[in-house]
Design a protein around this ligand. Structure first.
Ligand code: SF4
Length: 395
């Protein structure tokens, strides 16, 4: 796994030395140390969570004075979305020992980060959420019109750990009555495409509801909002799954209490990091005005540090591109961070770092791909994240 590491400027003699310790901003930041002394930097301790209101970004003050009708409508929608989201967030009070059923199956580290760094919402994200919300609200009406008895909508659920002060709070989307006698929970998921089978995360969520309501079975309903397809999966109550649920809750709460991020669970599957709002923080760390450069010239393009092909991780690269190396050195002297990207997987990251250090090429962090991830999709995600944070990409 890529850890946030910082390596200073080498001596320029072709036998690079690494630095560690001494903050990037301190005069000792570029003092050399033997390459053998390389070790992962401690994972940064997150600052206390910001005040809840800070998670809403407003582009500009909203006023309808003198505006055109369509602007007035747009502004009203933005204001409404922000107000509704704020309302909802106030209902979801964050506590270090409280989790939500919908999050329990998520990567443990993502849950940890979500506690300390709640996602920032802008009007675009809120508008996407609004589409999902609208589907949730409309489905009970559709079911009623279809002749099904809807017993409850958005019903509160609150579970307590059998032996610890850990809570799971949430809301059941819909409770139906089947054949006039059996209550059935329905968890609605609006998606961009239907999954081939229900996601484990959604099963864990449903099991929480079934356990709390003491029901025998429930349904996960996937609603494809792009193509209009629908799929539903029946899930039988399995009390043994609650053991897994509580173990996950314990792991997250204990890490929050210690302020130590859990393992990168999402990097072990082949998709979760691609959709994670904490990607940058998790795989790269906090970086200052990053300069990104490709380690090797691969099949996906990019200007490499080394001239020529096929020399990417060679222990004796003949010709580092001096112009690129100078740009990297200059960036570090300007107290910027240098992110070295590689298409190689994690197993080769250490080799890549050693190669850079050996060659006296300065950098802050090497970002490698978890081996299960498709190189194309990984690269696309990395590029999107780099653009979002305003990184300069060579060339
Ligand atoms: S980027 Fe991946 S490993 Fe990191 S928190 Fe997100 S899902 Fe987990």
């Amino acid at each position: 796994m890529a850890e946030a590491r910082r390596y200073g400027l080498g001596t320029g003699n072709g036998k690079g030395e690494a630095e560690r310790g001494g903050g990037r901003n301190s005069p000792s930041a570029f003092v050399s140390a033997p390459a053998s002394a390389l070790a992962p930097a401690p994972v940064p301790v997150p600052a206390p969570a910001p005040a809840p209101t800070s998670v809403f970004k407003r582009d500009a003050p909203i006023s309808n004075a003198g505006s055109k009708l369509h602007e007035w409508l747009r502004d009203a929608l933005v204001q409404g979305l922000l107000a509704k989201a704020k309302e909802e967030q106030e209902e979801h009070e964050r506590r270090p020992n409280k989790l939500w059923p919908s999050g329990i199956g998520r990567c443990l580290r993502a849950q940890y980060y979500s506690y300390f760094f709640p996602e920032e919402f802008d009007a675009n994200k809120l508008s996407i959420f609004a589409t999902g919300k609208a589907i949730h609200l409309y489905i009970p009406e559709i079911l009623r019109a279809g002749g099904v008895q809807v017993k409850g909508v958005e019903c509160k659920v609150s579970l307590r750990h059998p032996s610890r002060e850990i809570y799971i709070d949430g809301r059941v989307d819909i409770i139906l009555v089947n054949d006039g006698k059996e209550d059935v929970v329905v968890e609605v998921k609006s998606a961009r495409r239907l999954p081939r089978e229900p996601h484990r995360q959604h099963i864990l969520q449903l099991q929480c509801y079934l356990n709390y309501l003491k029901l025998k079975r429930g349904l996960i309903l996937y609603w494809d909002k792009s193509a209009g397809n629908i799929a539903a999966y029946e899930v039988a109550a399995d009390p043994s799954v609650m053991g897994e649920v509580w173990r996950r809750c314990e792991a997250v709460c204990d890490c929050i209490a210690r302020q130590e991020p859990p393992e990168r669970e999402g990097a072990e599957n082949e998709w979760e990091c691609l959709f994670c709002e904490h990607f940058f923080r998790c795989h790269i760390g906090e970086v200052n005005r990053p300069l990104a450069v490709w380690l090797e010239s691969g099949i996906y393009g990019g200007v490499p540090i080394w001239k020529g092909d096929g020399q990417d991780l060679d222990p004796h690269p003949p010709r580092p591109d001096q112009k690129i190396v100078e740009r990297m050195s200059r960036a570090l002297l300007e107290e910027r961070d240098v992110v070295v990207l590689t298409e190689a997987d994690e197993s080769r990251r250490k080799a890549a770092e050693s190669l850079l250090v050996y060659s006296g090429i300065p950098f802050t962090v090497v970002l490698a791909r978890p081996w299960r991830y498709d190189p194309c999709r990984w690269k696309e995600k990395v590029m999107t994240e780099l653009k979002k944070c305003g990184a300069e990409l060579l060339p």
